[in-house]
Design a protein around this ligand. Sequence first.
Ligand SMILES: *[C@@H]1O[C@H](CO)[C@@H](O)[C@H](O)[C@H]1NC(C)=O
Ligand SMILES: *[C@@H]1O[C@H](CO)[C@@H](O)[C@H](O)[C@H]1NC(C)=O
Ligand SMILES: *[C@@H]1O[C@H](CO)[C@@H](O)[C@H](O)[C@H]1NC(C)=O
Ligand SMILES: *[C@@H]1O[C@H](CO)[C@@H](O)[C@H](O)[C@H]1NC(C)=O
Ligand SMILES: *[C@@H]1O[C@H](CO)[C@@H](O)[C@H](O)[C@H]1NC(C)=O
Ligand SMILES: *[C@@H]1O[C@H](CO)[C@@H](O)[C@H](O)[C@H]1NC(C)=O
Ligand SMILES: *[C@@H]1O[C@H](CO)[C@@H](O)[C@H](O)[C@H]1NC(C)=O
Ligand SMILES: *[C@@H]1O[C@H](CO)[C@@H](O)[C@H](O)[C@H]1NC(C)=O
Length: 395
Amino acid sequence: MSGQTRGYSDLEGPGGNTNWLEKQESRSRRSRWIVIGSILGLIGLIVIGVALGVTLSKKSSSKSSSGSSSGAVNQSDPNDPSTFQKDANLKQSFYGIAYTPEGSQYPACGNSLDQVITDIQLLSQLTTRIRLYGADCNQSALVLEAIKQTKVNMTVWLANYNIPTDNTPYTRQKAAIQSAIETYGTDHIGGVTVGNEYMLNYLNANGATDPNSAVGNQGAALLKTDIDDTRTMLSGMNLATHIPVGTAEAGSYFNTEVLEDVEYGMSNVHPWFANVSIDQAASWTWDFFDQQNVEPAAALSNSPKMYIAETGWPSNSSDAGNESNGPSTASTANLQTFLDTFVCQANQNGTGYFYFEYFDEIWKDQQFGGVEGWWGLFYANRTLKPITIPDCQSP
Ligand SMILES: *[C@@H]1O[C@H](CO)[C@@H](O)[C@H](O)[C@H]1NC(C)=O
Ligand SMILES: *[C@@H]1O[C@H](CO)[C@@H](O)[C@H](O)[C@H]1NC(C)=O
Ligand SMILES: *[C@@H]1O[C@H](CO)[C@@H](O)[C@H](O)[C@H]1NC(C)=O
Ligand SMILES: *[C@@H]1O[C@H](CO)[C@@H](O)[C@H](O)[C@H]1NC(C)=O
Ligand SMILES: *[C@@H]1O[C@H](CO)[C@@H](O)[C@H](O)[C@H]1NC(C)=O
Ligand SMILES: *[C@@H]1O[C@H](CO)[C@@H](O)[C@H](O)[C@H]1NC(C)=O
Ligand SMILES: *[C@@H]1O[C@H](CO)[C@@H](O)[C@H](O)[C@H]1NC(C)=O
Ligand SMILES: *[C@@H]1O[C@H](CO)[C@@H](O)[C@H](O)[C@H]1NC(C)=O
């Protein structure tokens, strides 16, 4: 996922504040494949498909756009969001789902509580867990407020999308997270994720590829500073329950010193970007996650819990040329196949995953084209795509 290698913190501002992540973006898209290919080669994995594997990174975020729809969910009492009508087509079959409220890119922002309430009403019919990518534009409080008003069973992993070159975004989001926890308490919080593909971005910016090289460890030290600072902030808050601190990373870019410093890791694992055909996508995803993430983490003394931060399949492409990546082809039929072969099976074998993603994000299509804007279960207007949601209760 290409496009998503960018930090949203400074990207979408009026005046096009181009930061280093943006400049890195096209380079990192290419280098990622190459790097992952060689890492896997070194490890000597033989599984077909894995040698070419790539985990792309994806990052979700959105800006205000024409996609909003306030009529996607009806309530029997218009003033009480907990009285929403359930949609029989939705099943609570996903372990978790990746979510960024529309309009949460600093400094443009533009999100709204009404839209977040609609989203939580829909998401709660699909899962009991969501993860955010950052904390700008008040999104932590909006999501927790929406959970409160809808009275749904939902746990959210809050997040701080920090960057290596400027501490301001980290500090700003830290304050927002602290404030949201003070207001809403810990009941609906599963963790605080510090970093989104921080190591991948740091390596790309510094001409390195190995997350455990000397350069990688320099980046890791910077990331750990923010992880430790978040932990200190939480432990100073006198909380009712412990909140774990983790990090989210492209699947092949976890640094061991970072993993040793977190309670959980979230890994982006993307068969489409790894040129895996749809018939092998689910098993490839499971194998990659198990070999690259679960087993290495289990070998560490702190045994961080590993989740898939993102996995999914695009239903469309804005141009025919980008519809296929090798044998992986974007289509609604293939999205359906991925759902049918991954979701209930992953539930059964205990994989903790956040499906990518909830809805099509228009800003991504506008900015990156190709398949970037077409990964949703729902269209941008919150109408369910013509797919059948798998019917199994998630753990
Ligand atoms: C909500 O109610 C309106 C009016 O009854 C109806 O037209 C619309 O289809 C309903 N929407 C949903 C998502 O059920
Ligand atoms: C809420 O969801 C969690 C899983 O996220 C589950 O363990 C729990 O039983 C659910 N609670 C209720 C009341 O359904
Ligand atoms: C953030 O959202 C919460 C919940 O809707 C609201 O109470 C609060 O005023 C918002 N803060 C800002 C700065 O917009
Ligand atoms: C776990 O589920 C995945 C599909 O999500 C499947 O490919 C894999 O073989 C399963 N693993 C085991 C050990 O059952
Ligand atoms: C698929 O993408 C094309 C090109 O952007 C667009 O015209 C079309 O409406 C999209 N299809 C759907 C079902 O959204
Ligand atoms: C794929 O999309 C990119 C970005 O929109 C575009 O520059 C490129 O020409 C497209 N590739 C093909 C083969 O159409
Ligand atoms: C995936 O396939 C595309 C062609 O569709 C090719 O350009 C690219 O190099 C392939 N990537 C890998 C990692 O094999
Ligand atoms: C939502 O968007 C989809 C895809 O563009 C379209 O087919 C559908 O008619 C739209 N639904 C509504 C209610 O506007």
